[in-house]
Write a protein that binds this ligand. Structure first.
Ligand code: GTP
Ligand code: MG
Length: 370
């Protein structure tokens, strides 16, 4: 069951079957169009062709929620989504705060930035970067396990006075598993005992070779405290993003992922959603995990009410039937009846899952996007 034919994979990626066969041949596998390839090989191919892997559950296929692939001509550039990871106390929060301090938009409005687990920074040159305030490595891998591969770039924070620590290694492994490019931010370089070179050397044994050492992983010396190296870090993020040619179709019904969600006393169930594709609008009817709703209000990371939110934008969504889980997908649907139908189906599925341990099939797993 854990296979797909070359032709079928080609169709899902909107690529020529022959090109896939060629690529496979280069990888040392000789197959014909109608031959099945295994999951790992398929994933490699998808990445090789610059597509993203989207895992679609069988349940979603069953209820017609597997999503549509956007035609290449509908795709427009979008902001990179960046997650900061690293060992405890190495300065993740400090660095996020320092980077947020560089936001020209927040500076102009003079408003207090609201904490919604994700925020956007507009650089001096006008580029936009979305940062995710990761609550921890576990959440990162759990979200990934739930199919929410929302991060484009990981910033690995390593304190230059402390070096590589257990959670640094953990973060490296999660990043590698996710297949996400990494930028190393060597922090606390203001400290007299800081030894950034030692960090770079130690990274070699984790098979991370920074540019100075002849590799292709970007690194930058920073001090979140003294606010040094921040512009350089931003430049490197933008450079990495440029290479990745990140795009999404903004002109369609929105899809996004829950970053965090809670029950708010005054406002009811609230979810911070990162819009992945399309544009989410006030009044839209949606399914969000096993919950449904109609967008009553959208609040951006500056605490302002907005009418719409496009790709790579984090927003708080109000108007949910209940609290969804982190990583859950939000999908705008045509009407409330449909939203309730899908939510009910998913709740039923979730109950079933709790009572039986059904075997998973990977048959519907591959759907290539972007
Ligand atoms: P956890 O969220 O607990 O894992 O920690 P964190 O990685 O978010 O670290 P945090 O930003 O809370 O910083 C930890 C400590 O290091 C704080 O006391 C910071 O003031 C200090 N710190 C952070 N960045 C720097 C820096 O660039 N230089 C110096 N000297 N201290 C720093
Ligand atoms: Mg922190």
């Amino acid at each position: 069951p854990e296979s797909i034919t070359v032709q079928e994979l080609a169709n899902r990626m909107a690529e020529k079957g022959a090109d896939l066969v060629k690529a496979l041949f280069k990888m040392g596998t000789a197959v014909t169009l109608n031959q099945p390839i295994d999951q790992d090989t398929a994933e490699l191919l998808v990445e090789e062709f610059g597509h993203r892997i989207q895992r679609v559950s069988e349940a979603d296929v069953e209820i017609g929620m597997e999503g549509e692939v956007d035609a290449p001509e509908t795709l427009k550039p979008r902001a990179p989504v960046v997650t900061i990871m690293g060992h405890v106390d190495h300065g993740k929060t400090s660095l996020l705060d320092a980077l947020r301090g560089t936001d020209v938009v927040a500076g102009e409005s003079g408003g207090i930035t609201q904490h919604i687990g994700a925020y956007q920074v507009t650089t001096k040159k006008g580029d936009v970067i979305t940062f995710l305030d990761t609550p921890g490595h576990e959440a990162f891998s759990e979200m990934r396990a739930r199919g929410a591969n929302v991060t484009d770039i990981v910033i690995l924070v390593v304190a230059a006075d402390d070096g590589l620590m257990p959670q640094t290694i953990e973060a490296i492994n999660h990043t590698k598993a996710a297949g996400v490019p990494m930028i190393v931010a060597i922090n606390k370089c203001d400290k007299p005992e800081a030894n950034p070179q030692k960090v770079r050397e130690r990274l070699l044994s984790e098979e991370i070779v920074v540019e100075d050492m002849g590799g292709d992983v970007q690194d930058v010396e920073v001090s979140a405290l003294k606010k040094t190296g921040l512009d350089e870090l931003i430049d490197k993020i933008l450079l990495q993003a440029e290479v990745m040619e990140l795009t999404a179709n903004p002109d369609r019904q929105a899809e996004g992922n829950v970053i965090e969600a809670q029950l708010d006393k005054g406002r009811g169930a609230v979810a911070t959603v990162l819009v992945r594709k399309g544009t989410l609008k006030v009044g839209d009817t949606f399914v969000i995990g096993a919950e449904s709703g109609k967008v009553r209000a959208l609040v951006n990371d500056k605490g302002q009410n907005v009418k719409v939110a496009g790709p790579s934008t984090p927003v708080e969504v109000l108007g949910l039937s209940g609290v969804p889980l982190a990583g859950d997908q939000l999908t705008v649907v045509e009407n409330e009846a449909r939203a309730r139908e899908v939510a009910a189906y998913r709740q039923e599925q979730a109950t079933k899952k709790r009572t039986t341990t059904a075997p998973t099939s990977f048959e519907h797993m591959f759907s290539a996007l972007n």
